[in-house]
Design a protein around this ligand. Structure first.
Ligand code: ATP
Ligand code: HSE
Length: 318
C-alpha cells in the first residue's frame, strides 16, 4: 500500500498543469513503497513520478533532498532529477501536503542480485559520494549508532522481547559498539539506505538510485557498509554471499579507492549499519498496530547480520 491520499482526476490535471510537462494522459498509484504516496504519471511528453510526502519526512528538509537529486543528476549520476514547476519551485503544496514531480527512470529492482549487478551498484554508490562532495547543503545524520542505541534504550526489555526474546540483548551490544565506533573517516553526503529496492536496474546496468530521504552527511565507508549489509545476505540474514560482497566493494573501489583506514573499519561500520536497521525496524514494529495493512520488517534479520559481522567481519571484507 503506498497511496495514502486520494487525488481526483481534476486535482491531478490541475497539479500537472502547474508544470511544463504536457497534458495529463494517465495517473496510476504505485503499490510499492511505505513512507509516501507515489503515482506514475503519463503526459503527452513522457512519464514522471509524483510523490506526496506523507510521513517521516520533515517538509523543511525537502529542499535538501530535492536539491541533492538535481545536483547528482547534473553531474551524470543515475539519479532522477526534480521537475521544477512553472515558477521554478521543486515542490508544491496540495492542500496541506507537499508534492514533488520527479523524472521517471526505467528499470526494475533486483530481488536476487548477481555479483555483476552488485559491482555496478558499488560503482554507482562511489559516483554519488564523489559527486556530492561539493553539494552546498548539508544535513545531520539522525540515525547514527548513538541515535540508534538511544532508540533501543528508550524501549523497555519487555517491550523489545515482545518482538523477539533475543532482542533486548542488543542494547548491551550497542553500548559496546559505541566504544569502538571510528571517527574522522572521509565524509560526503551518503544515501544511507541503498537496499536493492532503492536501485533500478536494466540487466547489469544501474538506471536509477532512488529514495534519498535518509541522505545525510556522514562517513562514505559507512554507506558502503550499509549497502553491503543490505545486498549480501538472504532476506533473513542467515546466509552471506561472499561473491556479492567482493563484487560490491570492488565496484566501489574501481571508482573511489578506499583509504587503508576505511578498509580496516568496514567490519565495525557494518555492525553499525546492522544496529541502525535493528533499531529503526524495532521502532517501526512497536509503532505499527499488529492488524495494520503495512508489512512489518523483522529487526532480527539484522541481528543475524550483526552476529555475522561481529564473528566474520574481518574475513568478509578481506
Ligand atoms: N524516479 C523513479 N523512476 C521510476 N520509478 C520510480 C521512481 N521513484 C520511485 N519509483 C517507483 O516507485 C516505487 C516506490 O518508491 P519509493 O521506494 O521511493 O517509495 P517510498 O514510499 O517513498 O519509500 P519507502 O518504501 O522506502 O518507504 C519504487 O519501488 C519504484 O518502483
Ligand atoms: N530499508 C530499511 C527501511 C528504511 O529505513 C529497512 O529495510 O529496514
Amino acid at each position: 500500500m503506498a497511496v495514502y491520499t486520494h487525488l481526483g482526476a481534476e486535482d491531478l490535471a490541475r497539479l500537472i498543469a502547474r508544470y511544463d510537462v504536457g497534458e495529463l494522459v494517465s495517473a496510476k498509484g504505485i503499490a510499492e513503497g511505505i513512507s509516501n504516496s507515489n503515482w506514475l504519471i503519463e503526459t503527452t511528453r513522457g512519464r514522471f513520478i509524483l510523490t506526496m510526502y506523507e510521513r517521516r519526512i520533515d517538509i523543511g528538509e525537502l529542499p535538501f533532498f530535492l536539491g541533492l537529486l538535481d545536483h547528482l543528476a547534473s553531474r551524470g549520476c543515475a539519479v532522477p532529477a526534480t521537475i521544477h514547476d512553472r515558477d521554478g519551485a521543486a515542490s508544491r503544496k496540495v492542500d496541506d501536503k507537499a508534492v514533488a514531480l520527479i523524472e521517471f527512470l526505467p528499470g526494475v529492482s533486483p530481488t536476487q542480485p548477481s555479483p555483476e549487478q552488485a559491482r555496478a551498484v558499488g560503482a554507482a554508490l562511489a559516483q554519488i559520494h564523489l559527486a556530492a562532495r561539493d553539494y552546498p547543503q548539508t544535513r545531520r545524520n539522525d540515525l547514527t549508532p548513538k541515535d540508534s542505541a538511544t532508540t533501543l534504550q528508550s524501549h523497555g526489555e519487555d517491550e523489545l522481547a515482545l518482538i523477539d526474546p533475543a532482542l533486548p540483548q542488543v542494547r548491551e551490544r550497542a553500548a559496546d559498539l559505541l566504544e569502538r565506533w571510528p571517527e574522522g573517516l572521509p565524509e560526503s553526503i551518503i544515501h544511507s539506505d541503498l537496499f536493492p529496492d532503492n536501485v533500478l536496474m536494466l540487466g547489469e546496468e544501474v538506471t536509477g538510485l532512488i529514495d534519498f530521504y535518509f541522505a545525510a552527511r556522514d562517513m562514505m565507508a559507512y554507506d558502503l557498509a550499509v549497502t553491503h549489509a543490505a545486498w549480501c545476505f538472504d532476506k533473513t540474514g542467515a546466509r552471506f554471499d561472499p561473491a556479492i560482497g567482493q563484487a560490491l566493494v570492488a565496484g566501489y573501489e574501481a571508482v573511489r579507492p578506499l583509504d587503508p583506514v576505511e578498509r580496516e573499519a568496514l567490519p565495525v561500520l557494518a555492525e553499525g549499519a546492522c544496529l541502525r536497521f535493528v533499531a529503526s525496524r524495532a521502532e517501526d514494529w512497536l509503532d505499527t498496530p499488529a492488524d495494520a495493512q503495512v508489512l512489518r520488517k523483522d529487526p532480527m534479520d539484522f541481528v543475524r547480520r550483526w552476529d555475522f559481522y561481529a564473528e566474520e567481519g574481518a574475513r568478509a571484507f578481506a
